[in-house]
Design a protein around this ligand. Sequence first.
Ligand code: MTE
Length: 336
Amino acid sequence: MLIRSKSSNDLTENHVTDESVYKDRRQLLKKMGFVGAGALLAQSQSQAFSLFGDDDDEKAFEQRALKHTKSTIYTTDEKLTPEFKVTSHNNFYEFGTGKSDPSSNAQQFKVDPWTIKIEGLVEQPVELGYDDLFSAFDLEERIYRLRCVEAWSMVIPWIGFPLSKLLEKAKPLSSAKYVAFDTLYDPKQMPGQRSRFVGGGVQYPYVEGLTVEEAMNPLALMSVGLYGKTLPPQNGAPIRLVVPWKYGFKSIKSVVRIRLVSSEPPTTWKRLASNEYGFYANVNPAVSHPRWSQARERRITTGGLLDRNRIPTLPFNGYADQVAHLYRSLDLRKFY
Ligand code: MTE
């Protein structure tokens, strides 16, 4: 098993995330009995490594180039986050809770064959296999901002297709009000699903949800690639959701099932701490997280040690023109 050795490119989490913020999030898990400060965390990471064994001969995951067009609408002039940062500073608790755990632990993740099902309150259930992910829809590159609830952000060139196109194939019934998403459940491949310590105490599979109106918004993207290539496992291969106006935890990775349902589905972080992580989770600088401000964010652009480029956070992560109308009935000074 290949475990990437630390290079100068591999910054530790506290170089790129506000120390107070990541400690605070750990604090929650600690309070809940899942993480026992630094020593235990270090132990959980080495547990993850030893669970995989240490066969150095196994190859790292291979990405391949994807044919795509570039969107002229869904783009930005902002500086892109360097690819090595996008693929080495990740949250994917199925592969460990440290920022570099997913890139270290997910390299043997098998994504082909893959099946994703669209079912529930639909006229025509749909099932796509691995090759369909890259051929059933026109693939487009879109450059989106990603704002994590932990107050760091990136600018990422995703490749994918609108979620609405996928849902339209299944013809949702009028009784469908919400869309529920599941990540793969495969504890053999995902060490975090085998251990509450490695997996941050999350109840697996990781689940997420949107309202049907949100899911049909043209911004909601099913991504199968980034930086011109297929997704690496740590970013949610082979297919993940990207909802750029919401905190990053809504953008669920490695999706195997999408269900149209009539009532609000459970979502992973709300299930863990409903006073801290809401169902809507729209990026909102006016509403602080109970333990830190959401007014500003650290944009990870240079990836360097001095990456302290703090910028104001925008309502709906800068996508208000496209999505604010969905929330006319909500008081945006409140937590949802
Ligand atoms: N999806 C799954 N299945 N498991 C996770 O732990 N983490 C979420 C989201 N999707 C997560 C997930 C969080 S908190 C964030 S910020 C984004 O993925 C991070 O995406 P990235 O690693 O591609 O930047």
